[in-house]
Design a protein around this ligand. Structure first.
Ligand SMILES: Cc1ncc(COP(=O)(O)O)c(C=O)c1O
Length: 385
């Protein structure tokens, strides 16, 4: 009975939805894409949503729409998957990392603000923030910092569809509603909350950004607002208005996404129940458990503990077929980043200390009770040795 750290759940309804689409007229560029986008926009309370082929494509479309170029210098957390900051490099922009918060492992907003204030005016162009593990970052505070310094915000909420927090006015802010961010992106990789095999979503409240995202997703080609249409041209005519990519998602994937989305809220409740079980069962052991403030609705893509004996515990659990994971090796430590002239070379002691101790325990709604008990008992056994 191998237990991974994350896993998709596929139901009979999911399978029927896929089969129905396979038997329909459209495998791609059909109606399921719009339907998924509309349902998702409603789920996160955003005005526009654009579905794409994966989370990395979503990040790239976002940096294109935000017009990142070789004059851009973007602040970013080092504690994420490499594609978060790669999207800036794709566009020739510079990356400056800023260290993480000791408690929630997301960008430290105090450090970020000091860094921006210490730099000459206009040094930075934007901020990429990650709702790491499903913890919703205080975008209200971040928004204030960004506004004061004329910076855009790209929120990477790949870990956090369905996460929310209560702002200082008592209003619920949902990851992806873009109350404070310009663009939010999501991934539908199977370990995430909503599995499409591969897939991604971008949300925004700006019509201008939305139009740019549509162009970036599909070759920069459009049939709207064409400037070169002449009398002799017919319905076939299209125009390439920008340099774009093929980042389209298929109707098959969207059919699965729609079906998965319909039970996403239930999935979060299950994840929160699993977190509660870990919190109670692991209390008292020499490990640091996740800390969550009362006003936060954590989406628990990951349940991350910290321990001085990380490698030994990882190996011990592996010997029992419990496959924990490490999220993340700080991006700034990757050889490519160490040598890149597009990266501001600095040390990040908090991210490094965090990396030396972090361990993601199995966390997915379909995990069985006996599997959870096995995880907890094995961790206890390790510390009793
Ligand atoms: C925080 C974060 N950003 C971006 C990505 C990239 O998403 P995808 O794998 O769908 O390209 C991931 C996926 O691992 C992620 O965890």
């Amino acid at each position: 009975m191998a237990i991974p750290y994350g896993k998709q759940e596929i139901t009979e309804e999911d399978i029927s939805a896929i089969v129905e689409t396979l038997q329909s007229d459209f495998l791609t560029q059909g109606p399921k894409i719009k339907e998924f986008e509309e349902n998702f926009a409603q789920y996160v309370n955003s005005r526009f949503a654009v579905a794409v082929s994966n989370g990395t494509a979503a990040l790239h479309c976002a940096t294109l729409a935000l017009e990142v170029n070789n004059r851009s210098n973007v602040l970013c957390t080092p504690n994420s998957f490499v594609s978060t900051s790669n999207a800036v490099l794709f566009c020739g922009g510079k990356i400056t990392f800023s260290d993480i918060n000791k408690e929630n492992f997301c960008l430290d907003l105090d450090l970020l603000e000091s860094k921006i204030k210490a730099a000459p005016k206009g040094t930075y162009t934007g901020i990429i923030v990650v709702d790491f593990a499903g913890y919703p970052v205080n975008t209200q505070r971040l928004g204030k910092i960004a506004k004061e310094h004329n910076l855009w915000i790209l929120e990477d909420a790949c870990h956090a569809p369905g996460a929310s927090y209560i702002n200082s006015e008592g209003k619920e802010i949902i990851a992806g509603d873009n109350t404070y961010s310009d663009i939010t992106i999501f991934s539908f990789h199977p370990v995430k909350h909503i599995a499409c095999g591969e897939g991604g979503m971008i949300t925004t409240n700006s019509e201008e950004i939305y139009k740019k995202l549509l162009l970036a997703r599909s070759h920069g080609v459009t049939k709207e607002n064409m400037t070169t249409l002449s009398e002799s041209d017919g319905d076939w005519y299209y125009e390439m208005q920008d340099l774009g990519y093929n980042y389209r998602i298929t109707d098959i994937q969207c059919a699965l996404g729609i079906s998965q989305l319909s039970r996403a809220r239930k999935g979060i409740l299950n994840r929160q129940r699993i977190a509660q079980f870990y919190n109670e069962s692991l209390a008292g052991l020499p490990i640091e458990l996740p800390k969550v403030e009362k006003n936060k609705n954590h989406a628990y893509h990951l349940y991350v503990i910290k321990t001085n004996k990380r490698k030994a515990l990882y190996n011990f659990l592996r010997s029992k077929e419990i496959y924990t994971q490490i999220h993340y090796i700080p991006i700034c430590n990757q050889p490519f980043y160490k040598k890149s002239s597009l990266v501001t070379q600095e040390e990040f002691p908090i991210a490094n200390e965090y990396y030396s101790k972090c361990l993601s325990l199995p966390m997915y709604p379909s995990i069985k009770e006996e599997e959870l008990i096995k995880v907890v008992d094995s961790i206890k056994e390790f510390f009793q040795k």
